[in-house]
Each structure stands twice: as C-alpha cells, then as structure tokens.
Design a protein. Structure first.
Lengths: 368, 184
C-alpha cells in the first residue's frame, strides 16, 4: 500500500534536507532556517494563494532534479516553485541572486515615499529590513512618485496607499478570515490601489488582522497612530478569554509604563502570525482595538525580540533595580527628592492617557 | 619594575644643606617666577564682553530647526531619543490638523519635545541621527542656573526663532554654520 511517507531530498546553499513532496523551495529553506531563507514580502504561509508577486524570494536553481539535472534558465520565485528530488538551489551562495534582489528592492522602492520618520511601521517594517539587507544605497529614479487621494477606511485602520507594494496579503485576509471582503485592488499598473470602492468602511470583526499581515506601513493601527515609536514601547505576551469565535485571545501588548498603546497578534520568526495548535493565531477587533486596559489581560512576560531589532533597545529581561540605601544608612530618614520630573516635564504627563484617545493625538489633547 | 619612560626621578632624601635650610633663596626664586608673569600675555578674557573663538566642531546647546517658511522640521520620529546615550531626549507626537500646515512641515509633529540638560553630554549623536535636519548643536553655551528644574528644556527653549517674523534672531541663532544648514 502507499502508506509510506515519501520524502524528497533538496539541497539549498549546500545544506541538504528531506521534505515532503509538494513543498515549495521557500518552505524547505524555512525548515533549515537562518541565512538560507530567502526574504518574502508577499508570500504568507498562513494565507492560501499568497506569493508570486513581489519577486524578492528569487533563487537560482542549479540543478532541476536527479532525473533532469539541467539548471533552470532563469531565477525562480521560491515561494511558488515546488521542490524536486535532487534539486540544488542556490540562495546566498549564488552570484546572480543578490544582484537580482537588489534590483527588485529598487523597483519596490520606486514609488515608496520613504517617509519612515513619520510611518508607524518603522522599526518592524519588512521593507526597511529588506532595503537594508538586500538593497542598494541609492535610487536612479528621478521622476515624481505616484500619489493617491487620501481615503478614510474606517475608525480602526489607517490606509497609506503611497506606501503599498501591492502584495495582496490584506485581500487574502479579507477573503479567508473575514466572511465578507469589502475592499480590493482597483485599477491597473501604476494606478493599482487598495480601495474599499465607494469608501465602504471595513467593519468586519477580523479586519484588524490586515494590519498584521501588511509587510509595510500601508495599513496601520489608527488607535496607535503617532502615539509612540515602536521601539519605545515594551512588548509583552498576554492572553485573555475572548468570546469571539475564531479569535485565539493570545496577543502581544505594546506597553508604555502601564498603558497599553497597541495590541497585535503574536509574530513568529518570519514576521508572520504565530500558530497555536496548528491554527494561525488571528485576533479579533475587540481584542485589538477595544481592550486596552492591562486589567483585561493576563500578562505572561516579555516577548522575545531578536537582538538585532531596534525594538529590543533599552529593554532588559532581568533588570535588577538598585535598592534605595539612603533610608537604611540615615536611620530611617527619607532621601530628599531634589526634583519631581513630572512637576517640570510636559512629556509622559500622568494626567494625559494617550491610550484612551481614539486615533492620533492632536494639539487640543495636549492643551489640558 | 621596569620604567616605561626615562623620566622617572629618584626622590632625594639627603639632609638639607645650609643654603637650603635658609629657605630665602628658594622663596626668591619662586617669587621671581610669579612676578615674571605680570609682564607676560594674559590668558584670561573678559567674558561675556569678549568670547573665545569657537572651534568649527564646537557642540553647544541644541536647537530645533525650522525650514525657510518657518515650519518646524521635527516629525517626532524618535531617532534622536533612541540614539541618545544619556537618554536625555523625550517627546510626544501628534497629528497635524487642518489650519496647522504653516506651523509644521509634515503630517506628524512633536507636540512635546524635551531635553533634560542635566543629562545631556553634548555628544551630538542626536544631530547625526536626525533624518529631517531638525536638531543640531549650536555655538551657544547652555546657560547656568540656580535650580535644577530650569534645565528641563521644552520646545519653547529649543525652537529657533521664526525666520520671517524675527529674521535677525534667526540668523543669530543659526550662527556661522548657516551655510551648512540652509544647503540641506
């Protein structure tokens, strides 16, 4: 009988691994992990049909299979190419791949506004990482970048079409996770744009997951908009008993002091939503946008952040606070506080709770 | 132990001679050095009437820059704060509303921006980190004060004067580095 599980051998950057038939090169590379893995901007393993659009995962296939060891004539998109027995793939060891990828990055950044100082995604942006890791220093593009009319797509999600790289992930989220898709990509070529068409608000319970899958800052959390930079907030794993069917209730809280500034799904090492018991851990809009009190969550501890990430800056897992010694030495006399910073400083005012403001803060919020 | 240089001198513990015991020759020798300085060039200057020439790389008090139309350059991106080794810089951002376009250059701006001058070490990393040419270290000293609370500098203390409303003060605040700044 055909009960036995057939595995096929594939060699990526001189590392051989046995995988099940039907696995894509990218997935096989992710099983090996590390530098072998090509970057992916549009492919999302938890979304069916994603991939094949951004071309950042291009690899060189040096030998097609044992049966037909001829190399593939062109670089192939690893997210959409299945492995064959005896296939030899070159990613970082290839001479062509880094050059081709730099070209792809240049194309992705052609129309990108490069407004990272304003963008809320900065610090956790895949396009930023890609640009730094695989891109070139300058652009040769000299024309005006495309712009779009600003569109309001509801109270929770902020759309910045100029930053979009048309990866289609958000449309797959709407198709596969929410029961109704209210937005899509309209027009073609240079004019192609994410739109809700006649500005229909996206108000599905799981629409917030589009923010998590967006690799750039095109879709960002409006309730977090401009509140703080990502690297100044402290990510904490937390869970709550969520009643919404389909919501896993496990999230990452982004704290500033004791205030919850933002709630996101938990991310794995590839920047995708983590899976729990084989199911992707999507979270509902109630958890994401409306549960911003630490009391509603059971906090598990600090999220593990890659030490190369700016988000890990100034955060200490085992911080031992120095003990106050003055009182002990001075036989019970309290130390004299020379200055209470809140009496002078306007920043981090204990009377202004930014997390309670829906949407970005305005000048009127600070006049109190 | 072997000496690193040949400048080491052995301490002479021999008893003093008669001339040394008189002390006067040594005192005269010392006083002659002291009085000779009266006729030398004075190294002190009458600050603040006179100031020393600044080094071209002198790093003084921070200034928040404006563009030619007087709009604030800062977008509260937080790069200065994350670069600051003394953690002296804090800020809070806000969204620009309609009617505020003449105040702030981009849609996000720093509603609050503070530098704790008690912490600042004038390293200039904030200036290096800034992608918007918004903060730079000027050629002025941070003024001394009697109270600690005076050293928490808010936007009022840091912002450069408006280039159109107060062009003279703006030019003065820019200092001799004006060319470098306006070129962008």
């Amino acid at each position: 009988m055909s009960e036995e599980i057939k595995t096929i051998k594939v060699t990526i950057d001189n590392i051989t691994i046995d995988v099940a038939p039907g696995t894509s090169i990218l997935q096989a590379a992710r099983m090996i992990g590390g530098d072998v893995t090509p970057p992916a901007m549009c492919y999302y393993s938890k979304l069916e049909g994603s991939g094949g659009k951004c071309r950042t995962c291009l690899v060189e296939v040096a030998a097609g299979s044992t049966a037909d060891p001829r190399p593939m004539p062109k670089l192939v998109a690893s997210c959409r190419t299945g492995v064959m027995d005896g296939m030899i793939v070159k990613n970082m060891t290839s001479e062509k791949v880094p050059e081709a990828r730099a070209g792809v990055v240049e194309f992705l950044l052609l129309n990108h506004p490069l407004d990272c100082p304003i963008c809320d995604q900065a610090g956790e942006c895949h396009l930023q990482d890609l640009g730094y890791d695989h891109g070139k220093e300058g652009t040769r593009y000299q024309f005006a970048r495309r712009t779009f009319k600003k569109e309001d797509i509801g109270p929770y999600i902020q759309l910045h079409m100029t930053r979009c790289i048309l990866c289609y992930r958000c449309t797959y989220v709407a198709d596969q996770i929410t029961n109704k898709r209210a937005h899509g990509i309209i027009d073609r070529g240079d004019h192609a744009a994410i739109s809700t068409y006649i500005s229909k608000a996206i108000d599905n319970d799981f629409s917030g997951n589009m923010i998590d899958v967006c690799p750039v800052g095109a879709l960002t959390d409006k309730t977090f908009r401009f509140k703080n930079r990502v690297w100044f907030t402290k990510p904490m794993d937390a869970h709550r008993d969520c009643q919404t069917p389909g919501c896993c209730g496990k999230a990452t809280l982004w704290l500033r002091g004791d205030e919850v500034f933002r709630v996101t799904a938990r991310k794995d090492e590839w920047g995708e939503v983590q899976s729990f018991d084989g199911k992707p851990g999507w979270i509902c809009n109630t958890c994401r946008f409306e549960t911003k009190q630490t009391s509603s969550w059971t906090i598990e501890g600090l999220t593990t952040i890659s030490r190369h990430s700016v988000i890990g800056a100034n955060k200490y897992q085992t911080l031992e606070m120095p003990k106050e010694t003055v009182k002990k030495v001075m036989r019970g006399v309290e130390p004299k506080l020379l200055m209470d910073i809140h009496s002078v400083s306007g920043v981090n005012n204990p009377d202004i709770h930014l997390s309670e403001i829906n949407g970005p803060a305005h000048s009127s919020d600070f006049k109190k | 132990m072997q000496a690193l240089t040949n400048k080491a001198k052995q301490v002479d513990r021999a008893p003093m001679s008669f001339i040394e015991k008189m002390y006067l020759p040594a005192i005269i020798k010392g006083m002659s050095i002291t009085f000779s300085h009266i006729f030398k060039k004075k190294p002190t200057i009458n600050y603040p009437e006179k100031t020393r020439p600044f080094s071209p790389v002198f790093r003084g008090m921070q200034i928040l820059n404006r563009d030619a139309e007087g709009r604030e350059n800062c977008t509260a991106c937080g790069l200065c704060a994350v670069a600051c080794p003394a953690e002296a810089i804090t800020m809070e951002a806000a969204e620009r509303q309609h009617g505020e376009e003449n105040l702030y250059r981009e849609e996000k701006y720093a509603a609050k921006y503070e530098i704790n001058m008690l912490r600042c070490i004038f390293c200039g990393l904030c200036e290096e980190a800034c992608p918007k040419d918004a903060i730079y270290l000027s050629e002025t000293f941070t003024p001394a004060d009697y109270q600690r609370k005076q050293f928490i500098y808010s936007k009022n203390d840091l912002l450069i004067p408006h280039p159109q409303e107060n062009p003279e003060a703006y030019k003065k605040a820019l200092g001799n580095r004006a060319n470098k700044i306006t070129v962008n």
